[in-house]
Design a protein. Structure first.
Lengths: 415, 513
């Protein structure tokens, strides 16, 4: 019995994985088609250029440049892999932010705003505490926790509005996104850190390394030389595992999911539904805030203070990361890495071919569309299985069917 | 003899994961008859009708119309064959008008423009002819359930269907509306339309049908002429064993007061008036007190006020000696279990598994969690015990998704969860609504057993039979007030009816008759 059940679970899981893989492959294929079309239309690229582009789309992460003859070479490229992990760090966390909210019946489209608030809090804390008095590791933790807390508080707003005024969280999230964008610009507009000078570069940028605060490399820089990777990726993975445990093993996760899938029943069972909606959004916000903290605490990432014109893409990209992962926190680790791998592929395309990096945006867009269809793909997959089973049954039936039929016929007549 | 059958479903088999919903079922519908399809919840009635209507494809068997084999792949095929269906849960678009709903999918158009005038004429003629009163321009969300059902019936007539399927049509109707529906059905049959009537209410089947086909656990039991049978033998066929239609119980031995309600008022959600006004009563250990009344007279709000789902606007509620007037739902739950009126809204988290639903009230207890971590093994064991003890049937046991279970088994799961909590007071609101006799018998005996164990039971019911047979004391609610306290042993159904209709009330202190 137990084996049967776990088998069923696995089947559903496998279907999700397959559906995600199908989305990814179709996305890459569409990207390849565009590369082909652009290549054929452009005499400087031609078919050989297109072939290079297509190869890079699929295995760009393993590209090691061009050899003396000008042909693309492939192999393990630790710098690319390291950079992929570095870029995956915030994506995993914003992906978790969206995924956790999804699991509790909420659509957190407010990740960009929470990410911005996290950014602001992290930078202010990391830059304003004097590092000659306080040890930098402590500043790092304060800045990290401050970023997460700021994100959590910002996430609370749509949560409160939803819980007490019954206003859809999507609306409130979109509004808080832009409020955050303007608020952050305004705060940094008046700050003293605006004209920090590094080498000869001065201007409106912020880096935590000005104050000596940087995420520890934890030896990862030796494993992936020349890359930006740091201990942040490990923090992200640990948080993903914690989220998985929270959602599947704890009473809190049970309550949050109950509220998400039937608020009335949760209330009936004495669960405080309002508190839990706010809590869900706070957790989601904290994750987005932590994403920003880990990204900017790496030290060498620059923040341009004027954010009111656009929202950070990392926040929105959490949505496809979560969708592709079917909201499973563990799967988010992998889909986050995949999305950042596409970034690297884009860079390789720019560096090594005449294509530009925006091709990967097309791929991401296709995958986003398809990831919304993962349910459809899943249904299709189970449909196929069923049809196969039916066919198998149809073959098996003629030999076995007559006996039970006859027996039952008699039973039926007797009544 | 052969051509007499307008529809024949021969040896239909339909399987779902873990369950054979229809196992070699044969059903023959004659022209111009009302044919009842009787069976417990989960017996496969709805599945069989969905096969006929093209919603499911059977794994084996064939369907014939007028002797010709037909394939029904979807509801459009069914409509083309003249088969129409009124579903248990109406398939109407709330924000459309009645007329729009009726013509939806069968619109008359000219050059792509709707020809609503012609449609309106046809619908008005049909509505007149059969006495199906509807307001064609009202939106569906604004009309009563009874009228919504008439809209569904008009939909079938508008499409000139000659085979009409009614899936548990009376479950949502008032007694008066039920009588009207039966007259309409008889009218249809007289005109040569053929009717399939799905129900598990024996008195209705006896009153309206010509023949009855009985299903049990997905299997065909038999077809009988209604005039050659009676309620008892039908229910025996349906359940497969002799059924106690009357509740078997000894006189109550009321003990200490468990629930004491004094002057309770609860605000109505929509109207400004109190939905419950100045209600006082007591429930003692070892008795079943029943709140009787016509639906919408404040029973729902009274229960909300007692259980904490809604705030009380006045008065005091004392449970086991503690004032709980302003306590949280969780605090009240310490001494009270609650079988809610709406099992989908309050009773279950439909997307959770059965085992997760069975611990919905208890997951916080140390037995099921340690430091905030759920003890999976303990939950599984507990669920398996409840499933076994209360005979909750489902496709995959503890890990079945609640949504996929039949209504009766969903209700059994709730009853199992609430009764097993072992609280001094059980509040049961319409615990047998929409259930078949077998399940009703079981639930009634459970409630009586709990009473005999010394628990106080507060039952809210709209069914007169249930009120009369199960309760030890009856309180009648009318327009938010308790208008009478009756003893079922000395009261007649007629007298109870007068109280429920507001025609009679006993004078209470400080109030005028």
């Amino acid at each position: 019995m137990k084996q049967k059940i776990s088998g069923l679970y696995q089947k559903d899981g496998t279907k999700s994985v397959l559906a995600a893989l199908i989305s990814i492959i179709i996305g890459l294929a569409v990207g390849s088609l565009i590369i082909l079309a652009v290549g054929v239309a452009n005499p400087t690229l031609g078919l050989t250029g297109a072939w290079d582009g297509i190869r890079l789309v699929f295995v760009g992460i393993l590209s090691t440049g061009r050899d003396a003859a000008g042909a693309l070479t492939f192999g393990f490229n630790p710098t690319s892999v390291g950079n992929m992990l570095f870029r995956a760090t915030p994506l995993i966390l914003t992906g978790l932010s969206v995924a956790v909210a999804f699991k509790t019946g909420l659509f957190n489209i407010g990740a960009p705003g929470q990410y911005l608030m996290g950014t602001a809090a992290t930078l202010i804390i990391a830059l304003s505490i004097p590092s000659d008095v306080v040890p930098t590791w402590l500043i790092w933790w304060l800045a990290f926790l401050g970023g997460a807390l700021a994100g959590a508080l910002w996430g609370c707003i749509p949560g409160l509005v939803k819980a007490f005024l019954n206003i859809n969280e999507v609306l409130a999230c979109i509004m808080t996104n832009w409020i955050a964008a303007n608020l952050v610009t305004w705060v940094f507009d008046g700050s003293n850190y605006r004209n920090l000078v590094e080498n000869t570069k001065s201007g409106y940028i912020y880096k935590t390394s000005f104050n000596g605060v940087e995420t520890a490399k934890l030896g990862l820089d030796k494993l992936f030389p020349n890359s930006q990777v740091n201990g942040g990726i490990l923090v992200a993975i640990v948080i993903a595992i914690l989220m998985y445990v929270l959602m599947t093993k704890t009473t809190l996760g049970y309550e949050l999911k109950a509220c998400g899938s039937n608020r009335h029943a949760a209330r009936y069972a004495g669960i405080r539904d309002k508190r839990n909606i706010v809590l869900s959004m706070a957790i989601a916000g904290a994750l987005s805030g932590a994403a920003a903290a880990l990204y900017y605490l790496s030290g060498n990432t620059e923040f341009f203070w004027s954010t009111y014109q656009s929202l950070p893409a990392t926040g929105f990209n959490g949505i496809p990361v979560a969708l592709l992962a079917a909201s499973n926190p563990i799967a988010v680790i992998f889909t986050g890495c995949f999305m950042s791998m596409l970034d690297i592929v884009g860079l390789q395309l720019t560096n090594l071919t005449a294509y530009n990096e925006y091709i990967t945006d097309v791929i991401i867009a296709t995958i986003v569309y398809l990831s919304a269809f993962t349910l459809v793909i899943k249904t299709f997959l189970s449909g196929r299985k069923k049809r196969k089973a039916q066919a198998a049954r149809a073959q098996a039936v003629p030999e076995e069917a007559p006996k039970p039929d006859a027996a039952e016929g008699k039973g039926g007549d007797g009544v | 003899m052969e051509t007499e059958n307008i529809i024949e479903m021969l040896h239909i088999t339909k399987e779902f994961p873990g369950i054979i919903a229809n196992d070699d079922i044969t059903l023959q519908l004659r022209r111009g008859e009302i044919h009842a399809l009787l069976g417990e919840n989960g017996a496969g009635k709805s599945t069989l009708m969905s096969v006929l209507f093209g919603l499911y494809q059977p794994e084996a068997g064939e369907i014939r119309k007028n002797g010709q084999v037909v394939k029904i792949h979807n509801p459009n095929d069914a409509t083309a064959l003249g088969i129409g269906m009124v579903h248990q849960h109406f398939k109407l678009i709330d924000v459309f008008t009645v007329l729009d709903n009726i013509i939806l999918g069968a619109e008359t158009t000219k050059l792509g423009f709707l020809q609503k005038k012609e449609a309106r004429k046809k619908v008005e003629a049909l509505s007149e002819r059969y006495g199906l009163k509807v307001d064609l321009d009202a939106k569906v969300e604004d009309i009563t359930v009874g009228m919504q059902q008439r809209v569904e019936i008009l939909k079938m007539l508008y499409r000139d269907n000659e085979i009409l399927i009614f899936d548990e049509p009376t479950a949502v109707l008032t007694p008066q509306e039920i009588d009207e529906l039966m007259d309409t059905m008889r009218e249809f049959a007289k005109e040569g339309k053929s009717i399939l009537f799905i129900s598990h209410k024996l008195n209705e089947i006896m009153a309206v049908s010509d023949r009855v086909t009985v299903l049990r656990k997905g299997k065909y039991v038999g077809t009988v002429n209604t005039k050659d049978t009676d309620q008892q033998s039908l229910s025996n066929m349906m359940v497969g064993r002799p059924v106690q239609l009357k509740v078997d119980k000894t006189p109550a031995k009321p003990g200490d007061v468990v629930l004491d309600v004094k002057g309770l008022s609860v605000h109505a959600r929509t109207r400004k008036k109190d939905a419950v006004h100045d209600v006082s009563f007591q429930v003692r250990k070892g008795e079943i007190v029943c709140i009787a009344g016509i639906d919408g007279n404040g029973q729902t709000e009274l229960v909300y006020g007692l259980t904490g789902l809604e705030k009380c606007s006045g008065g005091a509620v004392t449970l086991c000696g503690k004032d709980i007037s302003h306590a949280s739902i969780h605090q009240r739950g310490e001494n009270m279990s609650h079988i809610p009126e709406d099992r989908h809204k309050h009773g279950l988290v439909l997307d959770f598994t059965l085992e997760q639903n069975l611990v919905l009230q208890r997951y916080r207890e140390p037995e099921f969690q340690h430091l905030g971590f759920i003890k999976k093994g303990a939950v599984r064991q507990y669920a398996e015990r409840l499933i076994e003890q209360y005979d909750v049937r489902s496709g995959q046991g503890p890990v079945t998704i609640a949504r996929s279970m039949s209504g009766g088994n969903q209700q059994k799961a709730i009853i199992a969860r609430e009764v097993d909590r072992d609280k001094p007071l059980i509040v049961a609101v319409q615990p047998t609504r929409g259930l078949d006799v077998g399940a009703i018998e079981y639930i009634h005996s459970q409630l009586v057993a709990e009473r005999d164990k010394g628990r106080a039971v507060l039952l809210v019911s709209l069914e007169l039979d249930e009120v009369m047979s199960l309760s030890d004391r009856i309180l009648v609610m009318y327009e938010g007030e308790i208008v009478g306290e009756l003893d079922p042993a000395t009261t007649t159904v007629q007298e109870l009816g007068l109280y429920m209709a507001g025609a009679k009330r006993t004078t209470k202190a400080g109030e005028q008759a």
